[in-house]
Design a protein around this ligand. Structure first.
Ligand code: SF4
Length: 460
């Protein structure tokens, strides 16, 4: 694909406009119906680059990028789908439709891992909207103008951000004042992750204002500025041909020249996203500024179960100068039954992909669950004293002392998340469930999963 044949003007498609895409006519009626119905619950957005250059339409509906960006009928239980379809296509009761949509969304665990209840920091007794502080050294910042994406992934754990849910459920910060004040008060924080959505949907001028705020002398303790982005895959033009692409790269260079690390956390889900020439050029241009580009993404049923796809992705990335970083386990939110793979299978896929790549690509970690207590990796399946077990460890944790302490859980073949596991060796709790020091912040993982939901359901 030469650069000349690519769109250089961004063209989004939503539920309201997708019928204008020429490919809409290529889709079977039941696929079109599913998009119209399910997108009332889960946000849908894609763009002309994804449609024209990433989806292989000869393979639809099984093409992985099609699966990744289009809603599907089996993301909802049959009875929910039928009820919703009747309301949507019946064109009748708007109130009943809104109530049904809200009820389905709340069932889908919209803010997993205590995002609302335990990660929101405070300053002078006031909760800070638009910030999260889960791990000691890292603060997440959600700028309001970055709370959308170039396209939406159907499994996205930030889907409530895009779905127009109740404003109280949304993280967004209108300016950097509170961020800077909080960071000044927390000299142990070394990393800021600017995230969304996709902060690089912002124009460079707006993005630069955030960076400028982080480069002030009083924030000398901030060593790493990270930006999470899917642009590398869904709109690589952001780094190559957009009118302010060069300006963005200059901003990255400025961070590097200031002595801080500029880390682009590139969200990739499939090898197909890094095959186009422009996507490869984007990587080279980013790393050419002195910034680092780390590759991360979740393992998702129907999309990237093939270990060869991961191996190709990491190998191509390393060749271009990127660093494979994380394979995540799909989170317990949204249509998770549709996307989840058993932990045992996740480990197999990771191991098979990892074993076929160069040592330089083995910087990747996983498969890792971003769970309530921290990021838990499945290291393997072992047998000890005749008992089959999962070997696990924290890669990151609410309590830094938990990190890299091996622990074991009974092997459960169909378990898909940490809260479905039991401790091994007859213990009644995992070691991190009884930490008295963190009593105020940590609750048992089975409660944590649902901690956000009950108090939020009241409005429905
Ligand atoms: S790129 Fe990330 S934040 Fe954006 S829709 Fe996909 S998963 Fe969600």
């Amino acid at each position: 694909m030469s650069l000349e044949t690519l769109p250089d003007k961004f063209k989004p498609y939503t539920r309201q406009s997708i019928s204008q895409a020429r490919q809409w006519q290529w889709m079977a009626p039941e696929l079109r119906e599913a998009v119209q119905v399910v997108s009332h619950v889960l946000p849908f957005r894609t763009n002309a680059y994804v449609m024209d250059h990433l989806i292989d339409w000869a393979k639809v509906p099984d093409d992985p990028i099609y699966r990744l960006t289009f809603p599907h009928k089996d993301m909802l239980p049959a009875h929910e789908y039928e009820h919703l379809r009747d309301l949507v296509l019946g064109g009748g009761d708007a109130k009943a439709l809104a109530a049904t949509v809200q009820a389905i969304r709340m069932r889908m665990n919209p803010h997993p891992a205590g995002q609302l209840t335990h990660n929101v920091p405070q300053l002078n007794g006031e909760p800070l909207r638009g910030l999260q502080h889960k791990y000691r050294e890292t603060v997440l910042f959600f700028p309001s103008s970055g709370q959308t994406c170039h396209a939406y992934c159907t499994f996205c754990f930030r889907w409530p951000q895009f779905a127009g849910m109740d404003g109280d459920l949304k993280f967004d910060a209108r300016d950097t004042d509170q961020l800077v004040a909080y960071l000044k008060a927390h000299p142990d924080v070394t990393d800021v992750l600017i995230t969304g959505g996709d902060p690089l949907i912002m124009n460079t001028r707006s993005f630069e204002q955030i960076i400028d705020a982080l480069l002030v002398p009083e924030l000398g303790h901030i060593q790493n500025i990270r930006v999470g982005t899917k642009s590398v895959a869904y709109w690589p033009q952001r780094f190559v041909t957009d009118k302010d692409a060069d300006d963005l790269l200059r901003v990255f260079e400025r961070v590097v020249k200031s002595g801080k690390n500029m880390a682009v956390m590139g969200h990739y889900n499939h090898a197909a996203e890094l095959r186009p020439e422009i996507a490869q050029r984007a990587v080279k241009r980013i790393v050419g500024t002195g910034a680092t580009l780390r590759m991360q993404g979740p393992l998702i049923r129907h999309i990237n179960e093939d270990p060869n796809s991961w191996a190709e992705l990491w190998t191509t990335g390393v060749k271009l100068g990127a660093i494979p970083y994380y394979m995540f386990v799909e989170r317990d939110t949204g249509p998770s039954e549709y996307f989840a793979l058993p932990l045992a299978r996740a480990h197999e896929v990771f191991q098979q992909a990892y074993s076929q790549v160069s040592g330089l690509a083995r910087t990747v970690r996983g498969p890792s669950m971003s769970a309530f207590p921290g990021k838990v990796a499945i290291d393997g399946v072992v047998t000890i004293n005749g008992e089959k077990l999962f070997a696990l460890q924290f890669l990151q944790a609410r309590n830094p002392e938990w990190v890299r302490k091996p622990f074991f859980a009974k092997y459960v073949p169909h378990a898909t998340w940490l809260d479905q596991l039991q401790p091994a060796f007859g213990q009644s709790k995992f070691f991190f469930e009884s930490d008295e020091q963190l009593h105020a912040r940590v609750i048992p993982i089975k409660q944590a999963r649902h901690a956000a939901a009950p108090q939020l359901v009241t409005g429905t």
